[in-house]
Ligand binder design. Structure first.
Ligand SMILES: C[S@@+](CC[C@H](N)C(=O)[O-])C[C@H]1O[C@@H](n2cnc3c(N)ncnc32)[C@H](O)[C@@H]1O
Length: 285
């Protein structure tokens, strides 16, 4: 049965991802939908640096794509996604029963600091999610709880923790787990492997790597100049045909992508994108 695609104004498409992600790209969903290789909903969508995967989930929920290939090198983010997708009811149970307190914020923070180099772990995933929803700007390490350590701010630690709304988003994500392939690889490895394991003619790659000039420790940055250049090589010199890339507006990026179409994201999307950083969007010419 072919279900009809949803319009992007549909209220059910607001905030589909359970995460709050600094620099999240859900606002590009409609733009990305227009770039999909198949306009009848049969496209795949791949994100080598998926973070909160905001646009990905909107495209799946609105039925513009049939399959997501989500990857993040950060074991904490990967664990959160894997726990939500494969242990959905256990995750929701914990979400519904764990009090949103400073004590539990410390519990999550300790676990996330320790679990940095580890392997998949349900509690690590839950703790990452808990911190994302209870810390300032959704920053997992280093930002402190919403409302401050002594909770004297106007907003309190649970200001972004609406259990019912979050449970609904997670339950939906769990219900579509068969449409999601989740990996924990370096973004460049992921792209190399995609050349043989993903239907390239049907797949749009949305590439949103960490900034070249990292503005702070918002999230893991396992990239350096050499890797930014290697990434440009994969995108420009392999069989990957359909891709869209976003970056900070940096001379290195302007130089290595000089043959492609570069548009100023902060100007073109100023209404949706209230961030101060200047970002560019790049597509193959
Ligand atoms: C800019 S964020 C992506 C945000 C995402 N597009 C969204 O809308 O939520 C970059 C992500 O890349 C991940 N990351 C950093 N270095 C990486 C690497 N070398 N390979 C894969 N992922 C990496 C980080 O953990 C982070 O989640």
């Amino acid at each position: 049965m072919d279900l009809e695609m949803l319009d992007f104004k549909d209220p059910t498409l607001r905030s589909v991802s359970p995460f709050r992600y600094p620099g999240g790209k859900a606002f590009l969903s409609k733009y990305l939908a227009d770039k999909l290789p198949d306009s009848t909903g049969k496209s795949h969508y791949a994100e080598p640096f998926c973070g909160g995967a905001g646009a990905a989930l909107v495209l799946l929920k609105s039925r513009h794509v049939t399959h997501l290939h989500l990857n993040d090198a950060d074991i904490r983010i990967y664990s959160a996604w894997r726990a939500m997708l494969t242990e959905t009811e256990r995750f929701i149970d914990k979400l519904s029963t764990m009090p949103v307190t400073i004590e539990n914020w410390y519990w999550a923070s300790d676990l996330v600091k320790r679990g940095y180099q580890g392997e998949y772990d349900f509690d690590l995933g839950f703790a990452t999610f808990f911190l994302n929803r209870t810390s300032r700007s959704g920053i997992i390490l280093g930002a402190g709880p919403i409302g401050g350590y002594n909770q004297s701010g106007t907003w309190k630690i649970d200001a972004r923790f609406n259990v019912e709304a979050l449970a609904a988003r997670i339950r939906w994500a769990g219900s579509v787990r068969d449409c999601v392939t989740l990996t924990n690889e370096d973004g460049l490895t992921f792209l190399h492997r995609s050349l043989t394991r993903t239907p390239l003619d049907l797949t749009l790659f949305f590439v949103d790597p960490p900034y070249v000039q990292a503005g702070g420790r918002l999230y893991l940055n396992a990239m350096n100049e050499g890797k930014h250049i290697a990434l440009s090589d994969i995108l420009q010199n392999t069989l990957l045909q359909h891709w869209v890339l976003t970056y900070d507006d940096h001379p290195l990026i302007r130089s290595i992508y000089k043959d492609q179409k570069i548009v100023d994201l902060s100007v073109n999307y100023s209404l949706q994108n209230k961030r101060k950083e200047k970002e560019v969007l790049i597509e193959p010419t």
